[in-house]
Design a protein around this ligand. Structure first.
Ligand code: KG4
Length: 343
């Protein structure tokens, strides 16, 4: 088989570690940022402090590993592997989100490959799928700034869970899963009959950040149904609820994109487009709203790669990395952690 290179990310506890290993069992580079100094005064590891330190240092550690290996993440790395567990949940989340971001590079660049002439760098990328909920500035190949990601569920998950909550039938013989079914179902629903809060909007600590959150929205839908004792046997009620969910999720995306656009403007980043990719990008209602936002408020074109290039290849690569890493290279990489992997 063709040899391949794996970039591994480990943030399960108190050290931020990245290594590049190839399938011929060579460690090509290693980089680590130890945290013991910051935990010493407390006499133990404080998860929140460890998490913040990962957040701050991981991008640098990844860059350092790539530099040491003289590698480019797009050209030279075939697979991204990340510790999923065991470990401190908040710390694992940082590594996982970074791995997804790196895998997302493929998504972010696809649009440029299919539209070479009309999308010069830099552009704003919104990646919305079952695996990713990301706002990036794509400055160039291998140069992205992550402005925001979901703090909990992905937007695709939120669509899927809400579709289940509202018992929305799947579309027969059509792809797109529960999310696409929800979109179809919401078509003749009224989105302003019910009101659910836009995530993070009322939270003074959170409303100015570019991260997103979708788990609260799902809970708000449940609360609304209970509070108003809504009858889910009534199809009109369910359609209106579906439309309400879709509108609220869209408003949340718009608010965060506005912040991201403002962030770019403050830094005089001259964006060429808003690129939207991922399974949820095929939602026509979301697309129309984002098109209006891009054209009228940002004065940018909205570019969505064709649906077959929107599917979640990045996440697949990351998952494949987990599998390959576990199967072939576990004896060589970080012997402290690998034996604890559940088989
Ligand atoms: O990118 P993708 O195909 O793969 C994964 O990330 O796994 O995205 C799948 C997600 C699913 O959650 C699916 O329900 C959602 O995208 N999705 C949609 C629509 N089509 C697919 N959500 C809302 N509206 C759609 N039309």
């Amino acid at each position: 088989a063709r040899p391949f290179n794996v970039l591994g990310i480990e943030t399960s506890c108190d050290d931020t570690a990245v290594a590049i290993v190839n399938s011929s069992r060579e460690i090509l580079s290693e980089s680590i940022k130890l945290q013991h100094e910051i935990h010493e005064p407390a006499g133990g590891i404080t998860p929140n402090v460890a998490m913040k330190s990962h957040q701050i240092h991981l991008p640098g550690v990844v860059c350092d590993a790539l530099l040491k290996g003289n590698m480019d993440v797009v050209k030279d790395i075939d697979v991204i592997a990340v510790t999923r567990g065991p470990g401190l949940p908040a710390c694992l989340a940082i590594g996982l989100s970074a791995a997804k971001t790196l895998a997302a590079e493929a998504h972010a660049l696809t649009a440029r490959l299919t539209h070479t002439k009309i999308i010069p760098f830099p552009y704003l990328t919104l990646l919305i799928s079952g695996g990713h909920t990301l706002i990036l500035v794509t400055h160039g190949v291998n140069r992205h700034t992550q402005l925001g990601t979901t703090l909990d569920d992905s937007i695709g998950d939120a669509f899927d869970k809400t579709a289940r909550l509202l018992k929305i039938p799947w579309l027969k013989g059509r792809g797109g899963g529960p999310g696409a079914a929800l979109e179809q179902f919401a078509l003749d629903g009224t989105s302003d009959r019910y009101k659910v809060p836009i995530p993070m909007k009322k939270d003074p600590r959170r409303r100015h950040e570019m991260n997103l959150s979708f788990s609260g929205l799902k809970t708000s839908m449940k609360d609304l149904i209970e509070r108003e004792q809504l009858d889910l046997e009534d199809e009109k009620v369910r359609k209106d609820l579906a439309a309400t969910f879709q509108r609220t999720a869209t408003c949340h995306l718009i608010e965060k994109l506005e912040l991201a656009f403002g962030w770019c403007r403050t830094r005089e980043i001259d964006l060429s487009a808003l690129v939207v990719s991922g399974g949820v990008a095929s939602n026509k209602s979301i697309r129309a709203s984002l098109e209006r936002l891009a054209n009228e408020q940002f004065n940018l074109p909205l570019i969505c790669p064709p649906p077959h290039l929107c599917t979640d290849n990045g996440a697949m690569i990351a998952w494949a990395g987990v599998e390959r890493f576990r199967a072939g290279l576990k004896d060589d990489y970080n012997i402290d952690h690998m034996p604890k992997w559940p088989i």
